[in-house]
Design a protein around this ligand. Structure first.
Ligand code: AMP
Length: 425
């Protein structure tokens, strides 16, 4: 569910400068920090192509799947360059139960076209046919940041900050363009390559991102329970500060391997988020610097207006030490690797479990609707679901589809969110 409309005072959902200066002057002030480009639109990509994607690209192995369909590696025939092709099935008609709305995909494309930053996945090309849209994206080979970190024996705060700073630069850049991601979480923070001395962060998945125009209010029940801000659950206006809350959660997890608001159930998690109740358990945070805790405290604030902006984060002394003592503190403090590895293992398990549950739900639905056509099977191999059947692709779509269907109902937002959480997380 999302809505937008005119509002009397939209200003405070935007980006603040550290000294309280205006949003417009901030972009100029920090241009070098966040690497602003002159180009607003990707000059190499004009509009949707209508030819068959396979005429121009050779389709290779599958890289991943989402709510929408699949992502496949592909090779541009004319240049030999490799990309990632995101194949999104679109709805045949408004009432159709399968696929995404075309305008939803167009919005993702519109947003990606405006983003040209080293820490944000680039869009290269787009194709549209009657039933499908294909986004040709920069190929990101290094996997998820959290998986990369979980393989390490030890990591200092200083090392972790090298990644966090890149995430903040990407986020600061999109926020100065009035774009909020609204789904920042470990799964959407990847590495371009991992076998290099300083891996480069890439933020992916702009499927929930929105451009928040000046003077508009945007409300939505979107995101993932552990990472969503209180204003999402309360169905209040959202904006760049909503992303900053998620960054606070991600940093907390990165340092401790604990999720600050995680409850036994999604309902409990939501209650904790709304209450803003979390703590720094001394036993878990014993290797953590005071500056790191201060950084998190300034993000996990219930009032979005009180949170640091991405630009403010970039000049927080934990990220940019003001003196030698602060710098030394960062290199002596370390992340709780034992806990972090456990967190990451649980996270991966949960992702696989969710995928299997979604497929099983689809199987049941399919049997109910069409008992005579049960020719498809669910494949499960080891820890990971291997979605080798067309069924899986459909189940992914169904998950987002279910969300949309709920949204059509005239139900209270919080009830909708609860229902979404109990079915999808
Ligand atoms: P998304 O829904 O866009 O997050 O895509 C689903 C999955 O596909 C991700 O979790 C990644 O594993 C994979 N993926 C998406 N985009 C790319 C990309 N540009 N390069 C490599 N893999 C990708």
């Amino acid at each position: 569910m999302a809505e937008s409309g005119r509002a009397p005072d939209p200003a405070n959902m935007g980006v603040r400068s550290p000294n309280g200066g205006s949003k417009s002057s901030q972009g100029e002030e920090y241009e070098d920090i966040i690497h602003l480009e002159d180009e607003v639109f990707n000059p190499n990509m004009t509009s949707f192509k209508h030819e068959n994607v396979e005429d121009l690209y050779e389709l290779l192995e599958k890289l991943g799947s989402g709510h929408f369909g699949e992502v496949k590696k592909c090779k541009e025939k004319s240049t030999g360059t490799y990309y990632a092709g995101k194949f999104i099935k679109t709805r045949k008609c408004k009432g159709s139960r399968l696929g995404l709305d075309r305008d939803q995909v167009e919005r993702e494309v519109f947003i990606l076209q405006q983003l040209e930053h080293p820490n944000i996945m680039r869009l290269h090309d787009v194709f549209a046919s009657k039933a499908e849209m294909v986004l040709i994206l920069e190929l990101i080979r290094g996997g998820e940041l959290f998986d990369f970190i979980a393989e390490k024996e030890a990591l200092s705060e200083e090392d972790a900050i090298e990644f966090l700073e890149q995430i903040l630069k990407g986020v600061a850049y999109m926020h100065t363009r009035s774009i909020a991601h609204f789904d920042l979480k470990p799964e959407n923070i990847m590495l371009l390559q991992k076998d290099v001395p300083h891996p480069k962060i890439k933020i992916i998945d702009f499927g929930l991102a929105q451009k928040i125009e000046d003077g508009t209010v945007f409300k939505s029940l979107c995101g993932t329970p552990q990472y969503i801000a209180p204003e999402v659950i309360n169905y209040e206006p959202l904006g760049p500060p909503t992303d900053m809350w998620s960054i606070g959660v991600i940093t907390y997890i990165l340092l401790s391997g604990l999720s600050p608001f995680q409850g036994e159930t999604d309902q409990e998690t939501l209650t904790n988020v709304v209450a803003g109740s979390y703590e720094f358990d001394d036993r878990i945070f014993k290797q953590t610097s005071e500056l790191a805790k201060d950084f998190i405290r300034q993000l996990l604030l219930k009032d979005p207006r009180d949170r640091m902006t991405a630009v403010e984060c970039l000049i927080h002394p934990w990220i940019k030490p003001l003196n030698r003592k602060q710098a030394v503190n960062r290199s002596r403090s370390s992340i709780n690797m034992k806990n972090f590895k456990k967190f990451n293992a649980r996270r991966k398990w949960k992702l696989s479990y969710n995928m299997v549950s979604a497929c099983n739900r689809l199987c049941r639905m399919k049997l109910l609707c069409n008992p005579m056509k049960d020719e498809e099977e669910l494949f499960y191999s080891g820890d990971l679901l291997r979605p080798t059947s067309p069924l899986t692709e459909r189940s992914n779509k169904t998950r987002r589809q279910c969300e949309s269907d709920q949204e059509d109902e005239k139900t209270k937002p919080v009830t909708l969110l609860r229902r979404r959480l109990s079915s999808c997380s």
